[in-house]
Design a protein around this ligand. Structure first.
Ligand SMILES: *Cc1c(COP(=O)(O)O)cnc(C)c1O
Length: 223
């Protein structure tokens, strides 16, 4: 099947309330634009530089979609990131949140952020430790930052292997999400649970995800 057919098939298969974020890494603007023209609304990029270059190549189309930072954000790239992205999904410490807040304040914008949780405690992965108290504390601190809106959680989970092995991690993330939502923190609108990738999106949705980040299953294997 073509990437267009892949996209359309998945879009039909999953519920409407689930947002698909196309993981754009290594894909050409042409490949991505084809899927946007078919209705894709959200793009995820791992690097500010790549996002910027894609943004520029897409022209007017770039303004129609929502841009998600899904990779590690370096402090020296925050200013540029604030110009491109609608959401930064990878906040995993108060230092990072404060750094984004400060720069957002400088340009008078309020940035939407998610907390990234390293739910499997994998040493190779970014994200905050999956301990509820630590996460709650970060959420409370973020809620005090005037130029950030905390709107969700993001987790990676294992990329390969049996998706069933991710189920427990997705459940845990969903539980944390619910507890945080129940706190009704000022200015925090816990609405998005970003979990599930090409190999695991079905399981993730069964466990409460309402945002999946898909690359390979739409575009094919990365080279
Ligand atoms: C690459 C990437 C994805 C998509 O992975 P696929 O397995 O290609 O679907 C999702 N989330 C993040 C953070 C990524 O870097």
């Amino acid at each position: 099947m073509s990437r267009l057919e892949n996209y359309q098939k998945i879009r039909k298969e999953i519920p409407d309330y689930v947002t698909i974020v196309l993981a754009g890494k290594t894909r050409t603007p042409k490949e991505i634009k084809e899927i946007i023209d078919a209705g894709a609304t959200d793009i995820g990029e791992n690097y500010v530089q790549e996002a910027e270059s894609l943004y520029n190549s897409l022209g007017e189309t770039a303004k129609k979609i929502r841009w998600h930072m899904i990779g590690h954000l370096q402090t020296n790239k925050i200013n540029k990131a604030l110009k491109i992205f609608d959401v930064i999904q990878t906040v995993d410490s108060l230092e990072k949140a404060a750094a984004i807040n400060k720069r957002a304040e400088g340009i008078g914008r309020v940035m939407s952020v998610y907390i990234e949780i390293n739910i499997g405690s994998e040493i190779t992965k970014a994200g905050i430790k999956p301990e509820y108290e630590i996460i709650e504390n970060l959420a409370k601190e973020i809620s005090k930052l005037e130029n950030l809106n905390l709107e969700g959680l993001m987790t990676m989970g294992p990329r390969f292997g049996n998706p069933e092995d991710s189920r427990l991690y997705f459940k845990k993330t969903r539980d944390i999400f619910k507890r945080l939502k129940g706190l009704n923190l000022p200015k925090v609108n816990m609405k998005t649970l970003s979990m599930g990738m090409s190999n695991s999106y079905r399981v993730a949705i069964e466990e409460g995800s309402n945002m999946v980040r898909l690359g390979t299953i739409v575009f094919g294997e990365r080279k």
